[in-house]
Design a protein around this ligand. Structure first.
Ligand code: NDP
Length: 244
């Protein structure tokens, strides 16, 4: 059964791979962008690009989130599957981290996901069906030097998903967390090559993953086959975080 899916930050990286995987299986897929990436290029606001419907949205702004959902609802119908993927890093050691660097990352990664989940829940409750998937990180539970802000935001998503599970589980709404390890995207391309080599050594699989390897897990979590899975944290990290 085709569903309406919204992927935040779906114009590039992991979000784009997730959006394309849903589109490939025949779902109606909207992705948010902020003017860049494959969906944003030249697009002032909303519009179809291939099999995806792009809509402008900044997850740090509740009004922007609300407007994006409204546009998607008008174009594709109520959002049945939310993938809260938009995320940023702003790494630096604790002693140097400003309060703005801490709250800025939290505002996008954690509060941004909350804004989207809250907005999505209204229509999911009415439909008595919904899937929320939060893209966290191995770093949320493993920690990362220089990533107090990022790790806190990603760990917070676990509490969000588990609380939503307790609140809305009885309404046939599931909320799960996917925790990728190191994936080849713009985010990890920023890392110096020595750090990338160190990480590769620590990963049992011995390599970074492709965005598609995350996408398959996300589409599966949204499927009917995964209807009894909620509040779970699913690692896609080549074994890096074993024991979480
Ligand atoms: P990218 O940096 O390639 O893409 C980040 C996406 O988030 C972009 O689409 C970006 O939009 C969007 N975004 C950032 N801030 C906002 C905002 N305020 N409002 C709306 N959209 C925003 O990252 P990845 O694809 O690598 O990461 C995707 C998710 O996966 C993130 O949550 C990240 O933390 C997580 N992750 C990534 C890992 C990795 O190794 N790459 C590992 C574990 C988790 P725009 O193009 O407009 O900037």
């Amino acid at each position: 059964m085709a569903r309406t899916v919204l992927v935040t930050g779906g114009n590039r990286g992991i979000g784009l791979a997730i959006a394309q995987a849903f589109a490939k299986q025949g779902d109606r897929v909207a992705v948010t962008h902020r003017g860049g990436g494959v969906l944003g290029a030249g697009a002032g606001g909303a519009g179809h690009q291939g099999s995806l419907f792009g809509v402008r949205c900044d997850v740090t702004d509740a009004a922007s989130v609300d407007a994006a959902f409204t546009t998607v609802e008008e174009e594709l119908g109520p959002v049945e599957v939310l993938v809260a993927n938009a995320g940023i890093t702003d790494d630096t050691l604790l002693m140097r981290m400003s309060e703005e660097q801490f709250t800025g990352v939290l505002d996008t990664n954690l509060t941004g996901a909350f804004r989207c989940a809250k907005r999505a829940s209204k229509k999911m409750l009415r439909a008595k069906w919904g899937r929320m998937i939060f893209i966290s990180s191995v770093v949320g539970l493993y920690g990362g030097a220089g990533q107090v802000n990022y790790a806190a935001s990603k760990a917070g998503l676990v509490g969000v998903a588990r609380s939503i599970t307790r609140e809305l589980g009885v309404r046939n709404i599931t909320a799960n967390v996917v925790a990728p390890g190191f994936i080849d995207t713009d985010m990890t391309a920023k890392l110096p090559e020595e750090r990338r080599a160190e990480y590769r050594k620590a990963i049992p699989a011995g390599r970074f993953a492709e965005p598609d390897e995350v996408a398959g897990v996300v589409t599966w979590l949204a499927s009917d086959a995964a209807g009894y899975i909620s509040g779970a944290v699913i690692p896609v990290d080549g074994g890096l975080g074993m024991g979480h």
